[in-house]
Ligand binder design. Structure first.
Ligand SMILES: [Zn+2]
Length: 281
């Protein structure tokens, strides 16, 4: 089966494959004023371990190839609507960075700033987080006032960065949790994500997981956790409506059309989750 057919067999509304642009990405059916999606591995300009659509400058890939991949994405997402693609220095923390100034120099500073979630209400800025097994989240206010992207590994989940992002959207932009649409992109699945007992013990202390089925499994080979079901439980407890939580059924480790940090033994590229409010220039 071709990778396109394989991907499409996993997709249902609100996710679809956009392969008109290079690199290909999973497109989210969003309101007309918003562009959002999750890039995949094929369709880029990088070579070797980073082939081909690597979006990270921090993994040892050639800078020019990454810049080309990012430019191609910006072009595919609508270069007429966005003047910049902004990513931060991801550190598995809980800091959420609100961007309200679209001055190019300020936006360049974001790349040097530690943050694992980016928020904005400004048109023309495409926000991104990079992942290769961690869970990427896109948040869109139904009233289209603000958007956010979040990088969620187990450490971020332990610090509830998703819930922190919802709280910051509420503080900064008066967005109500019940009006948020949440989109969870490709991430390592619960069959593949083995962790130590100490990780399971940390999550056992989270009250929101009491009564949640199968957020972890104990098998003969060890312990496995389900990032997605833990994230869903945290966000529903924070006021997100169940009908507004959308997840794509694609494991980065199981599928060669995704970068996977664990499968590729740490030397690999990164997918990008992106969202922005369009600006008509
Ligand atoms: Zn898997």
């Amino acid at each position: 089966m071709s990778w396109k057919k394989e991907i499409e067999s996993h997709l249902k509304y609100p996710f679809s494959l956009d392969n008109q642009s290079r690199p290909a990405y999973l497109k989210i059916a969003a309101p007309p004023s918003i562009t959002a999606g999750f890039t995949l591995r094929p369709g880029g300009f990088s070579h070797g371990s980073f082939a081909s659509a690597n979006m990270s400058f921090q993994v040892g890939d050639q800078e020019e190839a990454v810049a080309q991949n990012r430019r191609a994405l910006l072009y595919g997402a609508g270069v007429d609507f966005f003047s910049a693609l902004v990513t931060a220095k991801q550190v598995h923390g809980k800091r959420c960075l609100t961007i309200v100034d679209s001055d190019p120099e300020k936006l360049e500073q974001v790349a040097l700033t530690d943050a694992d979630a980016l928020l904005t209400d400004q048109p023309g800025i495409l926000l991104g987080v990079m992942t290769a097994d961690c869970l990427p989240l896109i948040m869109i206010d139904q009233e289209q006032r603000a958007v956010a992207v979040v990088h969620v590994g187990w450490r971020g989940l332990d610090q509830a960065i998703g819930v922190e992002t919802v709280a910051q959207l509420s503080r900064d932009f008066a967005v109500e949790a019940e009006n948020l649409q949440i989109f969870a992109g490709p991430a390592i699945c619960s069959c593949c994500f083995q962790v130590g007992i100490e990780v399971v013990d940390r999550f056992r202390r989270q009250p929101v997981l009491a009564g949640v089925d199968s957020w972890y499994q104990e098998r003969s080979s060890g312990y496995y956790i389900d990032l997605l079901s833990i994230q869903r439980a945290q966000l529903l407890a924070a006021g997100v409506a169940e009908k507004n939580f959308h997840e794509v059924d694609i494991c980065t480790f199981c599928h060669g059309f995704c970068f996977s940090y664990r499968r590729d033994h740490a030397i690999t590229g990164r997918q990008l989750a992106f969202v922005g409010i369009k600006e008509n220039k």
